[in-house]
Design a protein around this ligand. Sequence first.
Ligand code: CMP
Length: 139
Amino acid sequence: MTGSRTFTMIKPEAVAAGHAGKIIDMLIENGFRIKALKLTRLSRQEAGTFYEVHKERPFYGELVEYMASGPIIAAILEKSNAVEDFRKLIGATDPMEAAEGTIRKRFAESKAKNAVHGSDSDDNAGIEANFFFSGRERF
Ligand code: CMP
């Protein structure tokens, strides 16, 4: 069965805290199929490019430093309605506002260190997936 695709990262603090296995288990349990997966680390320059859309925001510098601070896990996920359903599963950006049962409610430390990223549109899912994965790394 095919569906639409989204892109996610398990962020440095969640990887360092050993939450990656539980987070991956949650997304599989919720019907997402893994189409690409890797442990990698962003340079500051790469983190700055990935989050360029937030360049003017006051938290941009902090965000770039944090996202380059340690290994992350990047993945492409497939499911019908993937972008919207994955954003529901991860919950609000701020874990204080995230619903019970969401990934951020369970694992995020703060609004900045919020455990996971999820694409906000089909177009951005494609752009973000291309940032990390070549054709031969996708299934
Ligand atoms: P993400 O979904 O990856 O997209 C942008 C990221 O910026 C967001 O998760 C947070 O990690 C970070 N972010 C958003 N708002 C704030 C904020 N007010 N302060 C610090 N970091 C933020």
